[in-house]
Design a protein around this ligand. Structure first.
Ligand code: GDP
Ligand code: MG
Length: 440
């Protein structure tokens, strides 16, 4: 889901991460890329401009905290601003000790009936006594659809075939369930020849039923229109929460951001399929994490912090002067372990996820174990001066470590590569690399 937006955002981040320095020009370019990907991902233009303006202002004025690189800081700012747009944490939390009433609002086809059944099942599982009111008097078969969807979960449905006034049914249904249920969900029609009529009917139902939550159900595939639709509903009767449906398909996902921003209401759930269990609680930070291609920011930053160690200046100087030892390599491998699996690290780096072959990572990680055992079979002198390792020593080390001579040669050539890398890299870059790896 959300492929277009995700690709755009990840591309913009990847470009930023690849850049050598994060200066004003790089920030501005990033902000332009960001704007483009938000708009292409169906985010309302006005909103996209607002978000990117905030990102730019913060990026240019805030100094990164100690130990945080400029790039990490940029990722954090973007992450925070997108999450903020989505209305922060906290979902739908009715209490079992009183009766809560939800009214499902939204245009026809947005997924109200399906979502009503999904919610009824979810809250039944959570131990609520749920009653559903079928207040769609427009669509023939609407009651049957609702009953069919609710039956497998054992949820009771209130309907009245003879009554044509949906407001009356909604009120009667509420009365019917009050006392025996602690969660009442009213499914409405949302079908009307013109929008004004639809909004007026919504208003009547809301005034008649006086629900605890006005839930706007919005189709995530309608893109930019989400913004205007959400705003129109919100003006007619204030929206208390949003459910965005159909985010399983080709939806660009910007609609979710738009609906939330237009109403200031939180998104409670997202619909991710036609099946009854395809309803996910909406957690803004998780959603943004997914968009940006990382698990979530907090776990990434935690991990970086955990592995963050003081750079040993003396060791850096020694290595920079070309005296890289096998013990230094060993320390590097151990530090990699501290990060957890390489794959996990890569998955957490924005823009990297999906770009690196996970089989190769597994292989690389497997090699660390091999190299480590080889280094452990070396003498103190061999570790300090690997260049003295000749063919007969290779043979001995291979035998001692139970590895092949080829493995030993491979390690030695890795060592040489690393050594020349150290020599050619600029001091600042090298320190940064060490710090990132947590090495010394
Ligand atoms: P209503 O007119 O607002 O009550 O909408 P319905 O609940 O009848 O849903 C309209 C169509 O959208 C139906 O075919 C549903 O199966 C489908 N639908 C609803 N939610 C989702 C969803 O999250 N994902 C997908 N793929 N389809 C959905
Ligand atoms: Mg319906």
């Amino acid at each position: 889901m959300l492929d277009s937006l995700r690709e755009g955002l990840q591309g913009a981040l990847a470009k930023l991460i690849r850049s050598n320095v994060v200066d004003e020009a790089a920030i501005k370019e990033f902000v332009r890329d960001l704007q483009r990907s938000l708009i292409q991902g169906d985010v309302n233009v006005k909103m996209a401009l607002e978000v990117t303006e905030r990102v730019q202002r913060r990026a240019l004025s805030e100094k990164p905290a100690g130990g945080v690189t400029r790039k990490d800081q940029m990722v954090s700012i973007l992450y925070e601003e997108l999450s903020r747009l989505l209305g922060g944490e906290g979902g739908l939390q009715p209490e079992k000790t009183k009766t809560s009433v939800l009214v499902m609002l939204g245009v026809q086809g947005s997924g109200k009936t399906t979502t009503t059944a999904k919610l009824a099942r979810l809250f039944t599982k959570k131990g609520f006594r749920v009653g559903v009111v079928a207040a769609d008097t427009f669509r023939p078969g609407a009651v049957t659809q609702l009953r069919t969807l609710c039956e497998p979960s054992g949820v009771e449905v209130y309907s009245d075939d003879r009554e044509k006034d949906s407001v009356k049914i909604a009120k009667d249904g509420r009365k019917h369930f009050e006392g025996s249920k602690n969660l009442i969900i009213v499914d409405t029609a949302g079908r009307h020849k013109e929008e004004a009529g639809l909004l007026a009917e919504m208003k009547d139902i809301v005034q008649g039923v006086k629900p605890d939550y006005n839930i706007l159900v919005i189709d995530g595939t309608i893109g930019q229109q989400c913004y205007n639709q959400a705003q129109a509903f919100h003006q007619a009767s204030p929206v208390g929460g949003i459910i965005v449906t159909k985010l399983d398909g080709a939806a660009k996902g910007g609609g979710a951001l738009a609906a939330s921003a237009a109403t200031g209401a939180k998104i409670f759930y997202i619909g991710t399929g036609e099946r009854i269990d395809d309803l996910e609680e909406f957690v803004p930070t998780r959603f943004v994490g997914r968009l940006l291609g990382m698990g979530d920011l907090k776990s990434l930053l935690d991990m970086v912090q955990q592995a963050e160690v003081q750079v040993d200046e003396k060791a850096v100087q020694r290595m920079m002067s070309g005296k890289l030892t096998m013990n230094d390599l060993l320390a590097q491998f151990d530090q990699m372990k501290k990060f957890g699996s390489l794959k996990k690290v890569v998955e957490h780096i924005p823009g990297m996820a999906g770009q690196v072959n996970s089989q190769e990572l597994d292989k690389a990680e497997g090699r660390f174990g091999v190299y480590k055992s080889i280094i452990q079979s070396m003498t103190v002198k061999e570790r300090a001066e690997p260049d003295t390792i000749n063919a007969s020593r290779i043979k001995r080390i291979a035998r001692g470590s139970g590895r092949s001579e080829k493995d030993v040669r491979e390690l030695l050539s890795r060592y040489k590569q690393m050594k020349s890398l150290v020599k050619t890299s600029k001091g600042r870059e090298f320190r940064q690399m060490m710090r990132r790896m947590g090495g010394q």
